[in-house]
Design a protein. Structure first.
Length: 376
């Protein structure tokens, strides 16, 4: 059968022996294509060929072909479906898959904070809807709203890049920035009371957090092999090695590398905290992988995610402190900064990768008169 050129000169239409019509055209890569779909009438075939020409002209041709092969369909793609796909392909800065904890947090943002958008097709989410949601949510839980907005913006940027939508509806000025209010930090006297009133092993946890600056996940994954008692040269030093952390996924403990590459570190404890830790070691099993703080006696399993909370509330009440457990880390780094440690030294001891974070522990500490006296 003779071929007939399409209206746009893109390709040709061929009438088959069956009486149906088939398309032939050249795709944007210069590859000759024979249409797998046939049409009853020539008019239908011409219309289809015209649609393909439009797809090529607008840059959506390969997207349409991908949908035909089972890829995401922009017409029906919901935010939840986009988020699922994004989490499946996303990697961190080192090219590795995201940690289970991070994946769980992103999923939680979609199902909780962004729930009103989750089942909406992304093409139907407007700038006005986002602004209305943001105005309400930021007044309710500012930090959570900020995290959710940034995630929504990231997903929509991804959708724009892949031409699922034409523009990102997230363009609220300043919405991606968040400054946490100053966190209360205990005094040295309050820390001493916390350690004194807490029973073992919680008092040892408090000493490690307040004088070693360990994060909760690092603290609860410490094992006997991570503590070294050095008695050389007439002094006793207790060294702590941080090379792992525990996170909780669906309330189950998962051991992973520390928070960042710089979080792996080794450091000594001050004498009083070191003596408390060394004494506690004598009550533990001698094998290297024994947890310092097992969930219960005879079971080498980490504490539960919220097991610290009631003990912490009871101890801080007696110390007259109202802050979070994580504030002990701020205390540790501030005390280390008061010794005259440089920002780089603070970064190494605390396992920070951000210089600005470390410099927070070198801010005003009430030593104004002492520092001015040194100027004379």
């Amino acid at each position: 059968m003779a071929e007939q050129r399409g209206k746009r000169g893109l390709g040709s239409i061929r009438k088959l022996a069956s009486g149906r019509y088939q398309l032939r055209y050249t795709d944007p890569n210069g590859v000759r294509q024979n249409g797998n779909v046939t049409y009853v009438t020539k008019a239908q075939a011409e219309q289809a060929l015209g649609a393909i020409a439009n797809q090529i002209a607008t840059g959506t041709y390969f997207q349409k072909q991908a949908v035909a092969q089972g890829d995401l369909d922009p017409k029906t793609l919901t935010l939840a479906q986009l988020a699922d796909h994004w989490r499946a392909v996303r990697v961190n800065k080192n090219g590795q898959p995201l940690s289970p904890n991070t994946l769980h947090e992103y999923e939680r943002l979609i199902t909780n904070t962004l729930a009103q958008f989750a089942d909406k097709p992304i093409r139907s989410i407007t700038r006005g809807q986002v602004e209305k949601w943001w105005a309400s949510e930021r007044n309710r839980v500012a930090r959570q709203a900020n995290a959710a907005y940034k995630h929504l913006k990231t997903l929509m940027d991804y959708a724009v890049k892949h031409r699922y939508i034409n523009e990102n509806p997230c363009d609220i000025e300043g919405a991606t920035s968040y400054s946490a209010p100053d966190t209360a930090v205990p005094t040295a006297d309050q820390v001493a009371i916390l350690i004194e009133v807490a029973q073992e092993p919680f008092n040892v946890m408090l000493a490690l957090a307040a004088w070693g600056g360990l994060r909760k996940g690092e603290l609860l994954e410490l094992r006997r092999k991570d503590i070294e008692v050095d008695k050389s040269e007439g002094e006793v030093w207790v060294w702590v090695t941080v090379s792992r952390a525990v996170i909780w996924v669906d309330s189950k403990p998962v051991v992973k590398e520390p928070k960042t590459k710089g979080s792996a570190r080794r450091f000594p404890l001050p004498a009083s905290a070191g003596a408390l830790v060394a004494s506690y070691l004598e009550s533990l099993p001698v094998y290297p992988d024994a947890l310092l703080f097992p969930k219960r006696e005879g079971v080498n399993e980490q504490w539960g995610k919220y097991q610290i909370s009631p003990l912490w509330r009871a101890a801080r009440a007696q110390a007259g402190f109202t802050g979070r457990f994580h504030s002990l880390r701020a205390f540790a780094m501030t005390q280390y900064g008061l010794t005259g440690a440089t920002a780089k030294e603070i970064m190494e001891r605390g396992g920070h990768t951000n210089l600005r974070t470390a410099m927070r522990y070198q801010t005003t500490t009430g030593r104004d008169l002492d520092l001015v006296r040194r100027m004379d």
